[in-house]
Design a protein around this ligand. Sequence first.
Ligand code: CU
Ligand code: CU
Length: 459
Amino acid sequence: MKNKKIIFGILSTALIVFGIFFSLLPHDMHEFLTFGANMPHFLHFIMGFAIIVAGLLIIAISIRNETFNFGKSAFESMKMELILNKKKILAVASIMILALVISKIMFPTEAKAQTEFDRMKEAAKYCTNPTSTDPKCLESFNEIRMGTQSSDPQKTAQEKIGITGKYADDGFDPMQYLTAWNFNNLPKEERSKYYKETKRPDGSLLREYWIYAEDSEIEIAPGVFFPAWTYNGQVPAPTIRATEGDRIRIYFTNKGTKPHTMHFHGFHPSSMDGSMPEDFVYPGQDFTYEFDADPFGVHLFHCHSVPLKQHISKGLYGAYIVDPKNDTRPKADKEMVMIMNAFDTTLDGENEVYAVNTKAFYYAINPIKVKKDELIRIYLINIVEFDPINSFHLHAVFFDEYRTGTKLEPDAYTDVTSMAQAERSILDVKFKYPGMYMFHAHVAEFAELGWMGFFEATE
Ligand code: CU
Ligand code: CU
């Protein structure tokens, strides 16, 4: 059949042109054309290449069999071809559909997040140098920002910062951090290197701490590392906890590369304030802070070196809890420290990743286990820099809120509390029913970028 050659001619040209066109498309278009099947980009190239080869093969076969015949119009030939080869067309169509189904099964759409995660990792590679911002860093992050349009913004946001990836073990366990104070998470021997308590004649305690500042890389989202400045290698710093009237003594050493201090909220002599240039502890130097724990409440300590926003946003902060001597509040069954923080990964003065206790979405992936009806006391602190306000919202529950924790009567019975920078609160929560309870910043953007998690209440 001579007209077959015309069909072959058109078909082969179409295949070659489409193959080249397909190979050159961006990845998003590949996904669109393959109905969302999320195969790696190099497989798209192979697909495009295979289509081109198919076209070339048809030409080769045609040349071998016969010469081209232009006797009839292409349209007529095509019609004839269609009629004569219904079976063949059907066979080709079924193979293509089958291939698509197989690719959908092998590369399901859900795997997309992994790709976003990979891109995020790629972007982070250019963003880890604290001294200079590689333009590639900003470029990559903008690419991620613009890259995905989805009807589910939370999922997209999670994907953007790699929610589906796994956290590596960088030595900081947010689950342990919740209930770790005065280094009680360390084995006895190890703990004595950082904390010592001695009874004083009046019955109160002298609490001594060994704290050092150190530059350290921390993981803030799966595979996303941040060049932090830390106290004792972690962000937030180890929690310092005392009872009203105890004496606190901190042996502070600066092992970092910038001048740092420890500035405590609470009563203390001005010489212990760690905020003025003469208070700066330069790299390699040390200073001893000493003051009485006063007043009771949930406080904060942070570096007060300059620029302040940099020294805070880089990670130099921690919780300082002072328990009342005569506590008339209901006794808590579980206590936990939650510090709302955020990270400026692109060093542009805006936060890209938000969290409670540093690791984005950590408590969403690993819900905090509690029992229904037990009293959970949360020591909540907002240390987010750059954004003027943050909030905490707990679903399906109301809680007693003790603003700054400095009074024994709650100030509010609510399900959301808003805080400007450095504000704190104690929240007394009881879960009425078993189940999963979401908590997050009611500033939706923060929640979407990592500041959300779950309590899991059981019977
Ligand atoms: Cu692709
Ligand atoms: Cu500092």
